[in-house]
Design a binder for this molecule. Sequence first.
Ligand SMILES: O=S(=O)(c1cccs1)N(Cc1ccc(F)cc1)Cc1ncn[nH]1
Ligand SMILES: [Mn+2]
Ligand SMILES: [Mn+2]
Ligand SMILES: [Mn+2]
Length: 369
Amino acid sequence: DGPEIPQTDPPTVPVFKVYPKKSFPVGEIQEHWGDFNTFRMTSEEKRHLDRLDETMIYDLREAAAIHKTVRQWARPFIKPGVPLIDIATKIEQKVLELLPKDGLNKGMAFPCGVSLNHVAAHYTSNPGDKWVLGEHDIAKIDFGVHVNGHIIDSAFSVHFDSELDPLSEAAREATNTGVKHCGADAYISDIGEAIQEVMESYEVTLNGKTHSVRSVRNLSGHSVQKYLIHAGKSVPLVRGGERIRMEEGEVFAIETFGTTGKGFVREDLDTSHYMRPFDSGHVNVRMGKARGLLKVITENFGTLAFARRWLDDLGESRYLLALKHLVDCGAVEPYPPLCDVRGSFVSQFEHTVYLRPSHKEVLSRGDDY
Ligand SMILES: O=S(=O)(c1cccs1)N(Cc1ccc(F)cc1)Cc1ncn[nH]1
Ligand SMILES: [Mn+2]
Ligand SMILES: [Mn+2]
Ligand SMILES: [Mn+2]
């Protein structure tokens, strides 16, 4: 590591050169939820355990520093009249510049989603998408950054009509409540209940009609592991979840979605997000072009999610039939946009939280959200 290099405006210096010897900013430290956890804040043994996983915490903080730098830089051009494809590609390109991109060691963990209005998640422009952000829209900007497979998954909502303020505020506060209720040994069902209570305490009036904000009941936060964006535990947004506990050492993406619609999302519109199953092992694909495409996907994305347009960036063309074949034979999983009813509006905020032995660290906390 040479001497630290000050970040430029606009940011162009890879973040590991700005912070020498892994002195990346520390995320927001919170105590674990529950008075059954007070022993953690004091015990020497727990602080000792904190120090054991140095590489992971530094990788997460580096990825978080990049997420925060990029979303601050991007905010001025997330405005009405800007094509959605430009928002997604500019954010992705800036992430790759600040890492910098290094094969499967440093990169995007999944595509930059730009989901509008009743579309809650998993929408990003496919090649040729001409859609433009509108002044009455609410956009969910959701992107992932990883360093050595350690993923920061964080998202925020952008809107322009002040009528939508309570809808955005509801998700922001519900997510912060979820984050606050995280802790080693905390029940994920208790978190869901706390989230729903805050979310549904908000109401929003649109075109003279007042709605109580609802939690989307079939979306959830999720545990995260190395190179695996959803690691098996889901954190519900409503009461009545399973009595499953969070555990020390786990990383969670805590995300909440508020809606003026049904509070239930279905898959709709064209798929743009894809990901190989983590446990897929070797799949023998008969169709030649599909076999070649699977090789490109495995080499460039591994078990991380990718966008259809990223295949074009790699020089692939006329790949849709081969991609469909890979989906049909289970070699690649599609993640279509998740939509509430048309005409409804959905908001989202998301943070990545690390349950360290002595404290929890809200890695993606910035001074924006
Ligand atoms: O809805 S999920 O599939 C999920 C699975 C189990 C519990 S939540 N998903 C993980 C994911 C899947 C595919 C992607 F391309 C990107 C992410 C949550 C999420 N999407 C965006 N941010 N966080
Ligand atoms: Mn403390
Ligand atoms: Mn996300
Ligand atoms: Mn997530």
